[in-house]
Structures are given as C-alpha cells and as structure tokens.
Design a protein. Structure first.
Length: 241
C-alpha cells in the first residue's frame, strides 16, 4: 500500500460569484520513503495539493488516504491529532521563533506533541541537529543564521518527532540557487537516513531536478508525472509513469 493515495480529487474555492477550480480530478499515489516534487507555475495548485495531503484543508470531491487513513473527512480536531502524530512541515519563510535558539526551535515540537523525558528529548534534538550539520550553531538565534542555516534548522524541526511524511511548500523559494539545491539534497539525505517520505513543491527547474518523482500541475490538472532513477546517467532516466 502506498503512503499517500489520492483518488479523483477536486478542490474548488468559492470567491463570491466565481468558483475557482484549484485542483481538477487528480489521481496519484506516493510510496513510502519517496522523494517527490509537485511543480508548476504560480496558481497551478501546488499549495492546495500539499494542504490537502497535510490535512490542512479538505477536498471538494474525491478521497485522500495517508498511511491507510482516510483524511478527506477528518474534522479540525481529528486533523490536528493526525498531523501531530504523522507529519512534519517545512515552510518557505522558515517560520522559526525569533526569540528561541536553534536548539529550542527544534525542541519545540517535542515539547508540544510528545510527552518525552527531558533526557530523551535532548538526545533526539541533538541527533537531528547533528544530522543537518547544525550542532555548532545550536545556541544561535534565527537572526544570527543565514537563510540556508535557518532552513537546515527548519528541516531538523520537521524531523525531530520522527514523522513518516514531511511536507515542504516551496522550501527553497527564499534561498539563492546554490543554497536551494543544497537544502533539497540535505532533505534527500534525511530521507535516506530516517526513511521519511518527502513531498515538496517548487517552480525552480534546478530544484525540481533533484526530485525522484516529479508531478507537474498545470491549471489544477496533473499534466505529467515522471520518475527519475537515481543510479541511471542523466538524460536516460526519464520514463513516464
Ligand atoms: P500554487 O501554490 O501553485 O501557486 P495554489 O494552490 O495556491 O497554487 O492556488 C491554485 C488556485 O487556487 C489559484 O487560482 C488560487 O488563486 C486559488 N486559491 C488558492 N487558495 C485559495 C483560497 N483560499 N480562496 C480562493 N482561491 C484560492
Ligand atoms: Mg503555492
């Protein structure tokens, strides 16, 4: 069974008299430990798609199952519990608390979500800070860190609860090209290390090339999906799926 099963989903937004079709009749599945990107121009439906998978919003029609559970019908409270137990998020604007140190920012989800002893909490925080290469910066506050370093901390924060799935909506949009590619590669290394499934969105061609599966959205439709096999030479590894 795939980790995410999306069946015939449609999402409409009502804007006064006008109905916006943000997603139109999309069916796809995402395997466990996959490294997947949704790409497409602004307004194509990427954020809507990630919000539906992350149960921050519900589809107008169709069904979404995450880890075997139908999330298309969860109410707000059920959705919040489900998110806390299974999902991590990385945001475009980093969304770190400015008054907390890097360490405290990473620790925060553990304090909020998991009832762990201080000793275990410390072990988990140091482990993920080490994994993202930020152990030496742990006592700095966000304004003392570069954009790339902030996003490394945000990656650590998303992983500290050991979620099955991390969702990242345009995680590299505030970074220069080189740093952006480094952050995506770091996310892929984290997938290798923790077996976490990563789903991210981007409109940057250099960033999307780092994904193993690329779903292209155009005007709310899934126009194309392709799988890249990491071990095959560049240019020979694209196949329609
Ligand atoms: P992307 O992330 O690819 O830029 P979005 O998913 O944000 O695309 O938006 C897809 C379409 O849905 C756009 O036409 C956008 O204007 C519309 N849309 C998104 N969110 C809302 C909302 N809350 N209310 C009304 N329209 C929305
Ligand atoms: Mg968006």
């Amino acid at each position: 069974m795939a980790l995410v099963e999306i069946e015939n989903i449609t999402k409409n937004y009502q804007m006064g008299e006008i109905q916006v079709q943000a997603l139109r009749n999309i069916t796809l599945s995402i395997e466990e430990a996959a490294f997947v990107s949704f790409v497409g121009p602004s307004g194509s439906g990427k954020t809507t798609m990630l919000n539906l998978i992350g149960c921050l919003d519900r589809p107008t029609e169709g069904k979404i199952a995450v880890d075997g559970k139908d999330v298309s019908t969860l109410d707000r409270k059920q959705g919040a519990i489900f998110r806390g137990s299974l999902l991590g998020y990385i945001f475009q604007a980093f969304n770190l608390f400015p008054v907390l140190t890097a360490y405290e920012n990473v620790e925060y989800p553990l304090v909020m979500v998991k009832n762990e002893s201080p000793a275990r909490r410390k072990k988990h925080v140091l482990e993920v800070l080490n994994a993202v290469g930020m152990i030496n910066q742990k006592d700095k506050r966000p304004d003392q860190l570069s954009g790339g370093q902030k996003q490394r901390i945000a990656v650590a924060r998303a992983l500290v609860t050991r979620p099955k799935l991390v969702l990242a909506d345009e995680p590299t949009a505030n970074l220069d090209r080189k740093t952006a590619v480094n952050i995506i590669r770091l996310m892929r290394e984290m997938r290798d290390e923790f077996n976490t499934t990563f789903i991210f969105s981007t409109h940057d061609p250099g960033v999307m090339e780092e994904a193993e599966v690329i779903h292209t959205l155009e005007d709310g439709r899934l126009s194309h999906s392709k799988q890249r096999l990491a071990s095959v030479p560049e240019g020979k590894n694209d196949s329609n799926i």
